[in-house]
Design a protein. Structure first.
Length: 319
């Protein structure tokens, strides 16, 4: 019971802390006159991945590489199969392919880069440098292409920044909000990790499995909340854009930071199975966008069934 309370408290702190951090950072950006384009691309687009960042960095520093890697890989899988599947069931997703093809392509390229770097069965500090270089290169490319060209994606990112409500205006509120959000993220990650490790020991399952499932889904709650709200409002581009941005940040940014702080060896199951599921999920989104078709309720249901099958395999075959 105690471990479940730790996990629940950690998830609440991570979700609320991530939301407060996004609003505080967005408010600071507005006060510093950072463009809505850059705010939407970085603060809002990647801010929903703050819980994943906090948990994976904390896990890496505490010598828990299976949770650090499992959290990122599991989040990328659940973002596509669970979140896109659920949102398509709520409202079929008909997107403008030109808006998001770049990010879908980068998402697949990022996963392929990870696979190549992980061929030695671990991610070292030089691998981390490569991932972070690719991440910052993507940010520069995205900002340049959207700032100086008539890119349809620029309007999407500006809309993401302008759509966030409840943003504080005074520095007297912005500063404490940022501090509070970061503290909640750190404390939430500690509680979630403590509960997750205790749960793994209690039921005799691997930390990799807990990281790939429970921790990954828990840290993806901000993406789930944002995407479901966008689906209810029929903002299909925002749904898919949120998933793509989160997945890019996870595999290039979060794994880059985590592996730079502490080299991350891959467990055999991640090396042989889960990383390939992550690649398959990235290819599904790319195919969806390049065919220009909408993601129907039937296809959303198939994605959800795919996630259920992944969970069943994880718990009853690969545990």
């Amino acid at each position: 019971m105690a471990m479940l309370l730790l996990i629940l408290a950690g998830l609440v702190l991570l979700t609320v802390g991530g939301d407060i951090t996004i609003r505080g950072a967005l408010a600071a950006g507005r006060r510093l006159k950072i463009s809505p384009l850059l705010s939407g691309l970085i603060i809002v687009g990647f801010g929903t991945s703050a819980p994943e960042l906090a948990v994976s960095v904390d896990a890496a520093l505490n010598q828990q590489p299976d949770i650090a890697l499992g959290n990122v890989i599991g989040s990328n899988i659940s973002n596509v199969l669970l979140i896109l599947g659920l949102c398509a069931l709520i409202s079929p997703l008909a997107v403008k392919p030109l808006v998001l093809r770049r990010d879908a392509t980068v998402g697949v390229a990022g996963v392929v880069l990870f696979l190549l770097l992980a061929l030695g069965s671990d991610l070292g500090r030089w691998d981390a440098v490569v991932l972070l270089t690719a991440f910052f290169g993507y940010l520069l490319w995205a900002y340049w292409s959207e700032q100086y060209r008539a890119s349809p994606a620029s309007e999407l990112h500006r809309a993401e920044a302008n759509a966030v409500s409840g943003v504080p205006r005074s520095w007297w509120i912005i500063g404490p909000a940022l501090v509070l959000g970061i503290v909640m993220l750190i404390l939430g990650s500690r509680l979630l990790l403590a509960g997750a490790v205790a749960l793994a020991q209690q039921f005799g399952v691997s930390e990799a499995l807990i990281g790939l499932t429970l921790v990954a889904v828990g840290t993806s709650l901000p993406e789930l909340a944002v995407s479901v709200m966008a689906a209810l409002r029929r903002y299909a581009d925002v749904v898919v854009g949120n998933v793509l941005g989160s997945n890019i940040f996870n595999v290039l940014g979060i794994l880059g930071v985590s592996a730079f702080l502490q080299p991350l060896p891959l467990s055999p199951r991640i090396f042989l199975f889960d990383q390939w599921v992550m690649l398959g999920a990235a290819l599904v989104v790319l195919l969806f966008l390049y065919t220009g078709r909408r993601l129907s309720r039937l296809e959303g249901g198939l994605l959800l069934l795919g996630y259920i099958a992944y969970l069943l395999l994880s718990f009853f075959w690969l545990r």
